[in-house]
Write a protein that binds this ligand. Structure first.
Ligand SMILES: C[S@@+](CC[C@H](N)C(=O)[O-])C[C@H]1O[C@@H](n2cnc3c(N)ncnc32)[C@H](O)[C@@H]1O
Length: 328
């Protein structure tokens, strides 16, 4: 039993070793420059000798007007260290390395202390610990910008944060390539001219609670609603919109949209009611269930939308803001 769980942990750890490229970090950080001025930045899952997050902030320390940059290195087997960059007496930034008491686990007391004293946390955290990682950020009331897999949108711990506008998606999303170690052996790996191994994933996005222009820009809607193009679910009082670009401009009722909607979500334009997936009924209050008029259906697996007896993929139930106001 113990052996199995060790093996499992080792597998998870291996799956966590993905290194973000500098240009992907820079393309996102560009939109948040005004947030960084005078701030203390903490990278709590980054070996500063290899991390491009550290590299980006070190290179731009003065340009961004940072107050302090801290990175803790994690090693499951041994004590590690932190690297800190801040202005020296002559105003020029200096870097100091200090040993940590422990192994740099982001959950350790000393790393939590560093988290508490920082203003903004940014990194690509270990995917296997993503739920725990976000819970800690929320519990400590931190501002953050972190990279993750889009599947996390549907996690029962994450979706409520998106729905309630406590967290949203950043600018860039979709396909991204990460540098992976030799031990990572999957079909999506290619060796590039620089000799490094890159694995590409089609569903990457940034999660943040730093305000950005993008989330205040409404989607341009231009399609007209017709009952033929937008079938009604059997078990929800909502229509199926199979592509986000096809959201009709003249429909004010409930609509089920793919989870990629979150990449375009503007809370001034839409309200999110619930996630219609296999766990829907356990994730939503009775009042909302009544409003969406959810009815248990033979084909239903706890909340997926059903059309003519056929289940559809996970959907987010949304409604235009002008209509939801009338509901209140
Ligand atoms: C997806 S990788 C990203 C590394 C780096 N942030 C980057 O973007 O290049 C996640 C990193 O988190 C580290 N890690 C795993 N468990 C951790 C923990 N409990 N505390 C801190 N770091 C951890 C892993 O060693 C791994 O390097």
């Amino acid at each position: 039993m113990a052996k199995n769980s060790n093996l499992h942990n080792a597998k998870l750890r291996k799956a966590d070793e993905f290194y973000t490229q500098l240009n992907d970090i820079s393309n996102e950080m560009y939109h948040y420059r005004h947030h960084f001025k005078g701030k203390k930045i903490f990278l709590n899952c980054d070996d500063p000798t290899t991390s491009n997050f550290w590299r980006y902030f070190e290179l731009n320390f003065t340009d961004l007007g940072l107050k302090k940059l801290t990175s803790t290195h994690y090693d499951p087997e041994e004590r590690t260290y932190k690297l800190v960059m801040e202005a020296g007496q002559d105003g020029k930034p200096i870097i100091t390395q200090t040993p940590l008491e422990g192994n740099g686990d982001f959950r350790s007391a000393e790393c939590v202390e560093l988290l508490d004293e920082a203003d903004i946390i940014t990194t690509n955290p270990p995917f296997s610990l993503f739920r725990e990682y976000v819970a800690q950020l929320m519990e400590h009331g931190k501002q953050f910008l972190i990279l993750a897999n889009q599947n996390a949108i549907t996690y029962k711990e994450i979706f409520p944060l998106l729905k309630d506008n406590k967290v949203w998606l950043g600018f860039n999303y979709g396909s991204m390539s990460f540098i992976v170690p030799d031990t990572y052996e999957r079909g999506n790996v290619v060796v590039r001219d620089d000799g490094l191994r890159y694995a590409t994933f089609g569903n990457i996005c940034w999660f943040t609670n730093l305000d950005i222009d993008k989330r205040h820009q409404p989607l341009t809607l231009w399609r007209d609603y017709t009952p033929e193009d937008y079938p009604q679910y059997d078990n929800y009082n909502a229509i199926e919109v199979s592509r986000v670009d096809n959201i009709p401009c003249d429909y004010l009722g409930l609509m089920g949209v793919p989870i990629t909607f979150m990449t375009k979500y503007c809370p001034d334009q839409f309200r999110i009611l619930m996630l219609a997936n296999g766990n829907a009924r356990t994730n939503v209050d009775e009042q909302t269930l009544q409003y969406v008029r959810y009815e248990l259906n033979d084909q239903d697996k706890g909340g997926l939308g059903v059309i003519n007896g056929k289940r559809v993929y996970a959907r987010i139930l949304i409604q235009r803001v002008d209509q939801t106001k009338e509901r209140q």
